[in-house]
Design a protein around this ligand. Structure first.
Ligand code: ZN
Length: 164
């Protein structure tokens, strides 16, 4: 199992590289996606994971299926390759946020209420997904990871949690 890289590791401060589209189908990328889903499934509080968090500086993140449990749209896209925010609302909310790479802490982060992301799925097909609420927060948090940014950089406060 790939360990989750923790804050302080330079990997989390790297600007990740785009995945060449012709490589999406390659075993290297498909195995990485499967491994990331497996790592995430073991984390009770984890909702998403970016490739740099498992030590791979590529622009890709996965979302846990449980995020979509209450979503009856069935548009539950779990893999986002070379994602880009193409639209974001001007309105922001201050949201509680944590990160599997910053264990033991939570913080409050201003995030756009709505964002639209363009990305490629695990089959190399391009798609667009709009989101609000938790999913919009996830998109912003994970794409920040791909740019070497942690939520603690943007948080208006952070606090330690006593028992996880
Ligand atoms: Zn994170």
């Amino acid at each position: 199992m790939r360990p989750i890289v923790q804050d302080g590791d330079p990997m989390l401060r790297t600007h990740a590289e785009r995945v060449p589209l012709e490589k999406i189908g390659a075993a290297e990328i498909q195995t990485l996606i499967a491994d990331m889903h497996n790592v995430l499934a073991l984390k009770e509080h984890g909702v998403a994971l970016a490739a740099p968090q498992v030590g791979v500086p590529l622009r890709l993140f996965v979302v846990a299926p449980r995020v979509f449990e209450d979503d009856d749209q069935r548009d539950n896209k779990l893999v986002y390759i070379n994602p880009e925010i193409v639209k974001r609302s001007r309105k922001t909310d201050n949201l509680e946020e944590g990160c599997l790479s910053v264990e033991g802490y939570y913080g409050t982060v201003p995030r756009a209420q709505r964002v639209t992301v363009e990305a490629y799925n695990e089959k190399g097909e391009k798609f667009t997904r709009g989101a609000s609420g938790l999913l919009a927060q996830i998109f912003q948090h994970e794409i920040d990871h791909l740019d070497g940014v942690l939520y603690t950089d943007k948080a208006i406060e952070t606090h330690k949690i006593e028992n996880e």
